[in-house]
Every structure is written in structure tokens, then in C-alpha cells.
Design a protein around this ligand. Structure first.
Ligand code: PMP
Ligand code: GLN
Length: 382
């Protein structure tokens, strides 16, 4: 994880946010919203601090949050989980991923992910001395080839790590793909780890948690986070739900990573999870409108665009504009158009990076007027 010269390589998100800060360009790189979430949630955190909820919460999480997570799984997905044994609160989805991977694989075990993949996956698999195998998603629709998926999963596979809706492509996987993953996991006795942090951010398609499919729950760790759903990415309140035996194994690792986190934010996220259905449909509809603004702008500027059905992100191909290298393009983009984006190569293994060379990711979880300004500035590329 260190560079050749012994320094830490900054994550692509930190590097691109620094570029935006330095140049004053509009930051459509790192995915974080530029508006606060619901007042009820913010007020609940303030109230909890005032009420003295400021010491270590219980190791599995505050009971109010564990119960709210269980209610949420029941309300949205009909999944019954026991808040006492089948839920674990973590320091963001990131710690849930870290503790799960460290707990469930031995050195040399294979972990299969789609590629491009969220950057932490590669780092965490490396930290656990796992072997990372990928199934490639290709433009324009970024759906996997099911034969390739079948071939990648073998008796050496310990974990199948799915991210749905998918960062960076915005793909929402079909029921057929998810069902095949469950069948392959059963056949090869693998555990499914599913990162569903964008579960409430889908556009015109329903989110289908893999754990709801027949045969899946008993071998699935489902991960989510309050960051995306309540615009609180800096609070780092995440969680996972899984059968009790898996939660126990993961807790054994988690207790020595952070032990616990975010005492006053836990009841606040619980408040958010209990908001009425209209809140959840409202955030998806608002984000869909933002997607449409940015997509129109990118198309008008001459990019070839893959329409995302979920997440914060849209992938655009800079090749039609005469830029074959997305990394170079992203470095020049602040000067060219006053906008920051992230090259898709940052989500790829070095060997497969050339196949994604001209693709870049733009985040649309921003105010509409900012997206409109970005669209106007990008038109200068034509
Ligand atoms: N998984 C995916 C796919 C993400 O995009 C992100 C980041 N936003 C995370 C995990 C990390 O979530 P958290 O900030 O809750 O740790
Ligand atoms: N998940 C966010 C993204 O993909 C950023 C998270 C981070 O900065 N590590 O942009």
C-alpha cells in the first residue's frame, strides 16, 4: 500500500478533492453531497449530545439504532433480522467491509469482485493477504457476462463481494445476475458480502437486496451506511446485517479496529431510518433530477455517456472529445472547464486499466445550480 518511495499514495478521492480546492474548480470528483440531510436527523444528534450521549456505546451498537436497522430491513425488504444478534453497527460501511474481509478470509483465499471496483476493496483484500479476482463490467451498460461470472467463482472463492447499486458505474444488477451469484455461492460454499450503501438511490428501478433471494440470507453479509441516505458522510455510521454466527466472527475483528464509534450519531441515524417512506422516495427522485441535468450537460459537451440507474455517479467516455487517457484528461479538466472528475482507471487493477483508459466518473450528488454551471463550463470542451 506504500509507493516505491515509501510514502502513502493518497486515495484518488483525496487527490481530486485537493485538486478542486487548489484550482477552485467544481468538485464532481469525490462523492459527497453539498447539502445537509433531514433536519430531524441533525436535531437528533444535537439533542443526543445535549442529553449526554457522549461515552462509549455498546460494542454491537446502540440498541435504538440496532432496532431501527431491523425495522428498516423489515419495512423495505420484508427481511426479519434479530437486532440483538444479527445486526452490527460499524464506523461507516468501510469498517463493515474491513472487519468482514479480515474476519472471513485466510491468506491466499480468493475474493471475487466486479471491476471497476470501489478502491477500498482492493486495499482491504491486500491487507488481509487475500487474492483479488475480478469479473469485468464493460461500457456502455456495465452488466456482467454471466459465463465470465460463472468461471470466476470456484472452490477457491471464499467471498463474493458485490456492490449494488454499483460505484463507479451506477449499474443496478439484474435479478438474473443476483440469482446466479447466490447459486454460485451455494455451489462453491462462498459467503456473499454485499455493499448496498446506495440502496435508496435508484432511478426508476427497484433495489433488490441479494439477501432477500432464496438461499441467500444464511450466507450473506449485507452492508450499508447512513452517509448516503441522510447526507451525513462525515458521521461514519454504518452497519451490517447477517446470520448471528457471521456477525459474531466479524465482531471479533471489529472490537479491535474501532471498538465503537459515534455515540450521539447513532440515535440520530435511528431517527432517520424511521422517517416515512416519502423521505426515501423523495431523495431518489431529487437525485434522479440531478442525474438528468448532468447527463444532458455531458451529452451536449460531446461525451458518450452510460446512463446510471443508481448511485451518485455517471461514467462518461472522453474519447469522442479527443482524449484517449482519462487520467490525463482529469488532470487537465480544471484548466479546460473548471471541473474535477475521477478517472475510472482508479477503480481498476493495473492490468485491466488500459481497457477503461478513456472513461471518467462524474458525481451528481450536488446542488442543481452547481450542476448546471458545470454543464455550461463543460460545453467549452466542444
Ligand atoms: N462502499 C461504497 C460503494 C462507497 O461508494 C462508499 C463511499 N462512499 C463506501 C463504501 C464507504 O462508506 P462509508 O463512508 O459509510 O464508510
Ligand atoms: N465513496 C466516495 C466516492 O466514491 C468517496 C469516499 C472516499 O473519499 N473514500 O467518491
Amino acid at each position: 500500500l506504500l509507493g516505491e518511495d515509501g510514502t502513502i499514495a493518497a486515495t484518488i478521492f483525496a487527490e481530486m478533492s485537493a485538486l478542486a480546492a487548489r484550482t477552485g474548480a467544481i468538485n464532481l470528483g469525490q462523492g459527497f453531497p453539498d447539502e445537509d440531510g433531514p433536519m430531524e436527523v441533525l436535531d437528533a444528534a444535537r439533542q443526543a449530545i445535549t442529553d449526554g450521549v457522549n461515552q462509549y456505546p455498546p460494542g454491537r451498537g446502540s440498541p435504538v439504532l440496532l432496532e431501527a436497522i431491523a425495522r428498516h430491513q423489515q419495512r423495505f425488504y420484508g427481511l426479519g433480522v434479530d437486532p440483538g444478534t444479527e445486526v452490527l453497527v460499524t464506523a461507516g460501511a468501510t469498517e463493515a467491509l474491513a472487519a468482514t474481509i479480515l474476519a472471513l478470509i485466510e491468506p491466499g483465499d480468493e475474493v471475487v469482485t466486479f471491476e471497476p471496483f470501489y478502491d477500498a476493496y482492493g486495499g482491504l483484500i491486500a491487507l488481509a493477504n487475500g487474492v483479488h479476482r475480478t469479473v469485468r463490467l464493460r461500457a456502455p451498460d456495465f452488466q456482467p457476462d454471466l459465463d465470465e461470472l460463472g468461471a470466476a467463482i470456484t472452490d477457491r472463492t471464499r467471498l463474493i463481494l458485490v456492490n449494488n447499486p454499483h460505484n463507479p458505474t451506477g449499474t443496478v444488477f439484474s435479478r438474473e445476475t443476483l440469482e446466479l451469484i447466490v447459486r454460485l455461492a451455494e455451489r462453491h460454499n462462498a459467503v456473499i458480502v454485499t455493499d448496498e450503501v446506495y440502496e435508496h438511490l435508484t432511478f426508476g428501478v427497484l433495489h433488490l437486496p441479494i439477501a432477500t433471494l432464496p438461499g441467500a440470507f444464511e450466507r450473506t453479509v449485507t452492508i450499508s451506511s447512513g452517509g448516503k441516505t441522510f447526507n451525513t458522510t462525515g458521521w461514519k455510521i454504518g452497519w451490517l446485517t447477517a446470520p448471528a454466527a457471521l456477525v459474531t466472527a466479524i465482531l471479533a475483528v471489529k472490537q479491535f479496529l474501532t471498538y465503537v464509534n459515534g455515540a450521539p450519531f447513532q440515535p440520530a441515524i435511528a431517527r432517520g431510518l424511521d422517517l416515512p417512506d416519502s423521505y426515501f422516495t423523495g431523495i431518489a427522485a431529487a437525485l434522479q433530477g440531478k442525474r438528468d441535468v448532468l447527463e444532458r450537460g455531458l451529452v451536449a459537451a460531446g461525451f458518450a455517456v452510460s446512463r446510471p440507474h443508481g448511485s451518485y455517479f455517471i461514467v462518461a467516455d472522453a474519447a469522442p472529445l479527443g482524449y484517449p487517457d482519462g487520467a490525463d484528461f482529469c488532470r487537465e479538466l480544471p484548466a479546460l472547464a473548471g471541473v474535477v472528475a475521477v478517472p475510472i482507471g482508479a477503480f481498476c487493477s493495473p492490468e485491466h486499466r488500459p481497457q477503461y483508459a478513456s472513461l471518467v466518473r462524474f458525481a451528481f450528488c450536488k446542488k442543481v445550480d452547481l450542476l448546471e454551471r458545470a454543464a455550461t463550463q463543460l460545453a467549452a470542451l466542444r
